[in-house]
Ligand binder design. Structure first.
Ligand code: ADP
Ligand code: ZN
Length: 754
């Protein structure tokens, strides 16, 4: 594929151009300038090229193209060749990539990898070529009869092709030997064509019709369309609507209008596999233009990814739905970006480039000059803050669209239940919840139970010596997975056989403490022996289609009870579910993180939103050991605004986001002392150089001190604007000589505090 060119070829009549190239695979960004030989005329940003660097052949990506006369070095070496003909990153997207690198302190190389996914860079996946056959001879009955006796396989092919008329048929349907004989006789013609892989596996959708919007929806849609028409004057929009208020319908109709106007639409969802119904609703609404819809999910093969990228880049796919990395999709002529469930933590990428896709989407929209719509029932406080101070336009959908009422939420104090359960066995089902499930079973209605912890028990504790079995690589207790008969570390995945005796003192009195979804399933089967129960979590859903099949069985009433983790918290809509049980509302509260309350509130609201989405009134039972916590009480009242007001007070008081921006610096390494010492040295340097209006915390061990055999220490910095921190911080880090086995990471606007 590579075009070799002789070195030092002269320029033609046009202005000689030069390209700045970012080399692949270097640890730090390495950029060099090369002249563009006439044969490579038209090379643009994003082009994959080969170049010489000190007599070594390297590959890289063009960042910018400029007149060679402006080069700092007088005699540039030429680009050697192009690795791919068509890869070009649109200019607005390139500018966006540069913003991501700068704002998030990420190497441009890592941003390039996001802009050009592996499958596109590597090029080896290429296009899929497929052979087609077509009948070119008019075969008489006699000829066919003779052939049937001599070579029935060939006659069979002729029959099929006759039936299908002039349409070419994929050659894979037939025996290669028979095809060869027919082609030799010139009865058929075999052609090879480029085909696109079909990630849907030929699945087809029935087009859904737009619903008549209610007043609030219509107002929201009008505002969105106004912004689409005049994006330059419009602010980003935040669509705040309770679960079931019809936000998705607003997205669908807005998208439709943008497409009708000839522009394209980018839709971000938290995670494709967790929001199957949202994706399906887009697919079915746009079923008539299915070839223009691209869904980017993590299950795509490299070949499929290659096809999708090119389909988008050539403007053939005009509506793209994907998780956070889709923010880098090479769409042009963008009319609207939609970020669904904008509060979701999964919009944050935890590897370089550590971007927050929702915030980045706002910047991309401004660079593209298009409208942007964020939507949620429980907006992130960052977005809410922006709406309150007029940076974003707030659009509200205060009521449920389908006339269903918000579910009744009861909070059960598990401290009282604990005593009833008796010593040793955890209180899993309160009496109230057990009775409520029984009632649903009797009425033929469905229930969902939610617990955000998989496995059987959360830890193994020795009753004799108190030892808790810990992961040898991380500072967390190992979780029992009974089905697999193993202990599993949920941080690094390390597994070992479940012990029969205490590994420390050999006493057989080991106790499984706490509980996960596996144990709940066991309890449910015991307590409700006739109920049809299924479990949805990462262990049970390891295979590709299990989740889809289980949800389908639930939807069609083949199951009564579903127990699951966050996999069932989002975007699912089952009209016959009238009960949702939240088994342990406290799990997310006890994480040492200033967002713990916000996360708990939004999780409870999302999960509760699964109840009563049909004509039947829903009931939610929340089990908690801290029933009076504001996050739980406000969720009980469906009171987002009350919660956010109180939470904002706490953030203001502590100087936390969204009042300030935070940057988390983590130093990690296998040697604990060295990691700690390095961070302290960095801290001392920062004390000397940082301006006083930056709040800097003390260097401290990360909440999870050891993870994957690495010890981690961190400092949290806060200031009004990110660049106040990142500019001096990066200067100090770059000037410091770091020990070779120490890794320093800078996380801007962190979501996970370690
Ligand atoms: P959200 O995205 O806010 O959770 P959905 O768009 O899923 O809400 O809407 C919830 C339910 O209400 C869905 O069943 C949807 O079909 C229905 N719905 C939405 N808008 C309307 C409308 N204007 N008229 C009737 N039903 C509607
Ligand atoms: Zn581990």
């Amino acid at each position: 594929m590579e075009d070799e060119l002789p070195q030092g070829i002269g320029g033609g009549g046009r202005l000689p151009m030069a390209a700045r190239v970012l080399l692949d695979g270097a640890v730090a960004d390495l950029e060099f300038d090369y002249s563009i030989p006439p044969a490579l005329d038209g090379v643009g940003p994003g082009a994959r090229v080969s170049v010489m660097l000190r007599n070594r052949r390297m590959t890289g990506t063009v960042l910018v193209v400029y007149p060679a006369a402006e080069a700092e070095v007088p005699r540039l070496k030429p680009l050697l060749g192009l690795l791919s003909e068509r890869v070009i990153i649109p200019p607005a997207l390139m500018a966006f990539g540069k913003w991501v690198a700068e704002y998030y302190c990420a190497p441009m190389e890592s941003v390039m990898r996001a802009l050009l996914p592996e499958a596109v860079r590597e090029e080896k996946h290429g296009e899929k070529r497929q052979r087609f056959v077509r009948l070119v001879k008019t075969v008489s009955d006699d000829e066919l009869a003779a052939l049937r006796k001599k070579a029935p396989a060939q006659a069979g092919i002729v029959d099929r092709l006759t039936l299908l008329g002039k349409e070419p048929v994929p050659a894979t349907a037939f025996s290669p030997a028979a095809l060869k004989s027919l082609a030799a006789k010139e009865w058929i013609e075999i052609t090879e064509e480029t085909v696109e892989r079909d990630p849907d596996g030929g699945e087809s959708f029935l087009a859904s019709r737009p619903l008549t919007l209610n007043e609030a929806q219509q107002r929201a849609l009008n505002a969105v369309l106004e912004a689409v028409a005049h994006p330059k004057e419009a602010k980003p929009m935040l669509l705040f609507g309770v679960t079931g208020s019809g936000k998705t319908e607003v997205y669908l109709q807005a998208a439709q209008r943008v497409l009708d106007g000839g522009k394209s639409v980018l839709v971000l969802v938290p995670e494709i596999s967790l929001t199957p119904q949202t994706v399906e609703r887009f697919k079915s609404r746009f079923a008539e233009m299915q070839d223009q819809v691209a869904v980017l999910h993590s299950h795509l093969s490299q070949g499929e990814r290659f096809d999708e990228w090119h389909r988008i880049q050539r403007g053939r796919a005009r509506i793209v739905i994907g998780a956070r990395s889709a923010i880098f999709a090479p769409l042009e002529e963008l009319g609207l970006i939609i970020v669904d469930e904008e509060h979701e933590g999964s919009y944050k990428q935890e590897q370089p480039p550590r971007y927050q896709a929702r915030d980045a989407a706002v910047v991309r929209a401004s660079l593209e000059g298009c409208a942007i719509l964020l939507g949620s029932a429980t907006p992130a406080l960052e977005s809410w803050h922006n709406a309150l101070r007029g940076k974003y336009t707030l659009l509200r959908l205060p009521e449920r669209a389908d006339d269903a009422r918000l579910p009744l939420v009861r909070v059960i104090d598990m401290k009282l239940e604990k005593n009833k359960a008796g010593k040793g066995s955890p209180a899993i089902l309160s009496e109230r919840l057990r009775i409520a499930i029984d009632q649903r079973l009797a009425r033929g209605e469905q229930s969902i139970l939610f617990l955000n912890r998989r496995g059987y028990s959360s830890s193994v504790v020795c009753q004799a010596c108190g030892n808790v079995v810990q992961c040898p690589h991380c500072t967390v207790s190992m979780t029992v997975h009974r089905e697999a008969g193993r202990l599993v570390c949920h941080v690094c995945g390390f597994q070992k056989l479940a012990p029969r005796k205490c590994p420390a003192c050999n006493d057989p009195a080991i106790l499984l403490s706490g509980y996960g979804t596996e144990r709940v399933e066991e309890v449910l089967r015991k307590v409700f022996p006739t109920a049809k129960t299924a479990r949805v979590d990462a262990d049970a859903m390891a295979r590709r289609h299990t989740l889809r099949d289980t949800l389908h069985a639930f939807k069609t009433g083949k199951l009564d009870l579903l127990i699951g983790t966050q996999m069932i918290a989002k975007g699912l809509h089952f009209p016959n579910v009238t009960l949702v049980g939240i088994l342990n509302a406290d799990l997310a509260l006890h994480i040492p993180d200033f967002r713990a309350g916000e996360r708990t509130f939004s999780l409870l609201t999302q999960v509760a939103g699964r109840a009563g989405r049909g004509e039947l009134l829903g009931e939610v039972i929340v089990q908690s050991f801290t029933p009076h916590h504001p996050a739980i009480q406000h969720a009980r009242q469906h009171d987002y605004e009350g919660f956010s007001e109180q939470e904002m007070e706490f953030r203001r008081h502590g100087g936390y986001p969204p009042i300030a921006h935070a940057v988390l610096v983590t130093v990690r390494g296998e040697r604990e002392n060295l990691a700690e010492f390095t961070l302290k040295t960095l801290h001392a340097q920062l004390l000397k150089t940082l301006p006083p209006d930056i709040l800097m915390g003390e260097p401290a061990p990360s909440p999870l001190v050891k993870s994957h055999d690495q010890y981690r220490f961190q400092i949290l910095l806060r200031a009004r604007h990110t660049s106040q921190i990142t500019q001096p911080l990066m200067a100090v880090i770059n000037a410091m000589k770091m020990p070779p086995d120490i890794i320093t990471t800078v996380d801007v606007d962190p979501v996970n505090l370690g």
